[in-house]
Design a protein around this ligand. Structure first.
Ligand code: CXF
Ligand code: ZN
Length: 380
């Protein structure tokens, strides 16, 4: 069904890098040819929303934030055959055409036809959102923190009935990114050793992915001691709190890589997943892996655009790799993950720590700083 009505609804708008987020009345246009308009049901908060609102990787304002969420199709453009009103779907930031060179490669999920876009506009180069007559930009082709949003149909993934909708929202970015990094991107082998730096939703996903792959040692690293229980709930076998190893005069503080080596007979781990987005930790992640064959994977992203790597860490046969969405192909792999959440093979209840209404989303950056916060669910 196509619709020609402009919808006026509430959305969370970011006006600038230094500005507080605001819940505003916005206009959402009908979907054009290959697009879908969705009524959002649940959304959630990912660290990327915060850093994008501060200008990562480009300053695009004003924009409607949010890129995790699940909704129901309200109307579709005239070219759309795959979706109909009432379908429960996830709007994603990455498509999968199934035909391009990258979709045909097992090495990457970065579809060339329906790519990740930071431009804030839909594939036809325009936005479907506005406020008081002014264009509002999208976030990562999604903008889920809105009662209604429009997305290209090629970026939409079906959610089976029976998948808990809050779980569907959590699987639409952060947790899946970490899980996929261990599962699809690195294909962690059974019996291998893994370290995960940063135990937010992405890091917990990496722990879960490593556990499902059969890793025998899974070391979690986080300065927040409350993350020990969380990590263990997902399969972490050892916990490092770098603050516990800090000396008062800083003279003989141990590096994270040294702490990981201390737990692995001095050799380091097969895989280290850096999930904080703190660029200085990427070199630590690399150094924490085994000489000759260790692999460090950059999963988190931050505001610093440059990474410094110690030449010797790299040249001694280690691999440094980056990944988007953990290497998951949106239409092939996300439905498999959604299914495993339904059958409880992966456990997501532990992630939920806070719930809020759309009106309260401007408080999210403060809540994210609380030591007990992992995932904020937004009921729309
Ligand atoms: C992001 C990482 C930066 C590019 C867009 C997707 N992933 C998770 O939030
Ligand atoms: Zn995200």
């Amino acid at each position: 069904m196509s619709s020609s009505q402009v919808i006026t609804c509430k959305g969370v708008v970011c006006w600038g890098a230094e500005e507080e987020w605001k819940v505003e009345e916005i206009q959402v246009d009908p979907p054009k040819g290959s697009e879908v308009r969705m009524k959002m049901l649940f959304a959630s908060v990912c660290h990327t929303d915060v850093i994008c609102s501060r200008g990562f990787p480009f300053p695009v304002y004003p924009r409607v934030l949010g890129h995790e969420g699940v909704g129901i199709v309200e109307s579709v453009g005239e070219e759309v055959k795959e979706w109909k009103k009432g379908d429960v779907v996830i709007p994603l930031f990455l498509g999968e055409c199934g035909e391009c060179e990258n979709c045909n490669s097992e090495k990457t999920n970065l579809c060339l036809r329906h790519p990740l876009s930071f431009s804030g506009v839909l594939p036809d180069g325009t936005s479907r959102m506005s406020i008081r007559g002014q264009t509002l930009y999208h976030l990562l082709s999604c903008s889920t923190w809105s009662e209604y949003t429009v997305c290209d149909a090629n970026y939409v993934v079906k959610v089976d009935p029976g998948v808990a909708l809050p779980h569907a929202s959590f699987l639409s970015c952060g947790f899946s990114t970490g899980f996929g990094a261990a599962w699809m991107d690195s294909k962690v082998e059974s019996g291998s050793s893994v370290a995960v730096i940063g135990l937010g939703a992405v890091g917990l996903g990496a722990i879960e992915g490593a556990r499902v792959q059969g890793a025998s040692t899974i070391i979690g690293v986080d300065k927040n001691r409350m993350k020990k229980d969380k990590g263990e709930a997902f399969g972490m076998t050892h916990f490092i709190n770098p603050d516990d190893h800090e000396s008062s005069d800083n003279a003989d503080s141990k590096s994270i890589s040294q702490m990981v080596k201390d737990l692995t007979g001095g050799v380091g781990v097969d895989y280290c997943f850096e999930c904080t987005g703190v660029t200085d930790l990427i070199d630590q992640a690399l150094e924490a892996t085994k000489m000759g064959k260790g692999k460090a994977v950059v999963v988190g992203e931050g505001l610093n655009p440059f990474v410094r790597i110690t030449f010797l860490n790299l040249i001694m046969g280690r691999t440094l790799k980056g990944t988007i969405f953990g290497g998951l192909k949106s239409k092939t792999h996300l439905p498999l993950l959604l299914h495993t959440s339904k059958t409880k093979e992966i456990r997501l209840d532990e992630l939920l720590t806070h719930e809020m209404k759309l009106e309260d989303v401007p408080k999210a950056p403060e809540i994210l700083k609380q030591s007990n916060c992992v995932k904020i669910l937004i009921k729309i």
